[in-house]
Design a protein around this ligand. Structure first.
Ligand code: S3P
Length: 432
């Protein structure tokens, strides 16, 4: 898809069924692949990232079939993966690379994992160092800090590791490595991040103890574990956040996103929008499978600037590009701190978000671990030509900015949204 030029619609109203959650879709395939039995996953996110996970599991000898958003997985058990005949291509997906490396670290296999240029530029020492400490033979470029990574897995002896970064990918990689181990793994330190892995492993019958300050996983002692887990994947709050911000900043808007995952480790963006004064109504709260879910309605709002920092950051890390667009339209300043992790995402999201907002006529200053944004006090961004840097969340954040821009906004490489939201542009066109 070539560059797309967008102009602001007079109103923005409708119901948007956002696609299935990316984190849960990946995990549903990965974990069920090593379960003992068959599982059916519905509302699976058929975006490029999760399709890479399916292809990797097929390359490891697992029978995985997909029909649109329905996925069938015939689990091979914890000892059933086949050594892959070639390099495993994780595409743009950090979750595939890190979680799969962890899973394979506990298996008696040799594997090489790589991905696209963006993924190959992202830091991997965060998983390589603890896996080495747990006795795994693992290496990669820059002494293991960059993919391609090669792993020669084996039974881990267990141990204790204090997580230095709040990363669900690192936490999950280590828990998966321990599944094939001979002793318990204890994780301490920064364990507060999205907890879908913990919820799903527990639902699959694994002995995982979750406390505020530590996680303890005992590898299964009986081959019946893990049980397969059929589930419906709830809507992705990181995708819904584009519509929440769109509705909040547009002067004539009302958007309903039904069935969105409201797991408290994922609701940071919604809470920040509420603190900024957004008109948010949550209804029909329920539990689906292992996850809280609800319907979220957002209406045109007058937003105020805010501070986004500390423990909130891991709960909204992927939503920062679009929250920055909300902040640009708000009254007063917004400060984003403690978010140095943004520099290690699909693009350096501090540099790329700041450059895009500046092009939209916003006064914004980057810092080492965030940015300061001077709100315009009204939704009146300037038309601009914006770069996505191949980063799906930037492409969609810039599309949201275009909804309130006074001139046309042109976005290069809109197709990169496919990574997490294949129907995004179609939905946008249907609303505008
Ligand atoms: C994810 C964890 C987060 C998030 C990513 C998905 C996951 O990354 O940014 O989009 O599914 O575990 P980190 O673990 O690097 O924070």
């Amino acid at each position: 898809m070539s560059a797309l030029t967008l102009s602001a619609p007079a109103s923005l109203r409708g119901i948007v069924h956002v696609p299935g959650d990316k984190s849960i879709s990946h995990r549903a395939v990965l974990f069920n692949a090593v379960a003992n039995g068959d599982a059916r996953i519905t509302n699976f996110l058929a975006g490029a990232d999760c399709l890479a996970t399916i292809r990797c599991m097929q390359a490891l000898g697992v029978d995985v079939h997909r029909n649109e958003t329905d996925v069938f997985v015939r689990g091979v058990g914890l000892r059933g993966l086949r050594e892959p005949g070639d390099v495993l291509d994780c595409g743009n997906s950090g979750t595939t690379l890190r979680l799969l490396t962890g899973l394979l670290a506990g298996m008696p296999l040799f594997a090489v994992l790589t991905g696209d240029a963006s993924l190959r530029s992202r830091p991997q020492r965060r998983i390589v160092t603890p896996l080495r400490e747990l006795g795994v033979t693992i290496d990669g470029r820059l002494d293991g800090d960059r993919a391609p990574l090669m792993v020669r897995g084996g039974a881990l002896q267990g141990g204790t590791y204090a997580l230095p970064v709040a990363s669900a990918q690192v936490k999950s990689a280590l828990l998966l490595a321990a599944l094939g181990g001979t002793g318990p793994l204890t994780l301490t330190g920064k364990i507060a991040s999205r907890d879908h892995t913990e919820r799903m492993l527990q639902a699959m019958g694994l002995d995982l103890n979750v406390a505020d300050d530590e996680l303890v996983l005992h590898p299964p002692t009986h081959p019946v574990f893990p049980y397969p887990l059929s589930l419906r994947v709830p809507g992705d709050p990181s995708s819904a956040a584009f519509w929440w911000v769109a509705a909040a900043i547009h002067p004539d808007a009302e958007l309903l996103t039904p069935g969105v995952c409201l797991n408290p480790t994922r609701t940071g963006a919604l809470e920040v929008l509420q603190a900024m004064g957004a008109e948010v109504t949550i209804t029909n709260e329920r539990i689906e499978g292992s996850e809280p879910v609800g319907d979220v309605l957002v209406q045109s709002s007058h937003l105020r600037g805010t501070t986004i920092s500390g423990a909130l950051i891991p709960r909204l890390i992927d939503e920062i590009p679009v929250l920055a667009v909300a902040a640009a339209c708000a009254e007063g300043d917004t400060v984003i701190r403690d978010a140095g992790e943004l520099r290690a995402k699909e693009s350096d999201r501090i540099a790329t978000v700041v450059a895009g907002l500046q092009a939209l006529g916003v006064t914004v200053e980057p810092t080492d671990d965030g940015m300061g944004i001077v709100g315009l006090g009204r939704p009146a961004l300037q038309g601009a030509t914006l770069a996505t840097h191949g980063d799906h969340r930037l492409a969609m954040a810039w599309a949201v900015a275009s909804l309130v821009a006074e001139g046309d906004v042109s976005v290069d490489n809109p197709a990169c949204a496919d990574v997490s939201y294949p129907a995004f542009w179609e939905t946008l066109a249907s609303l505008g």
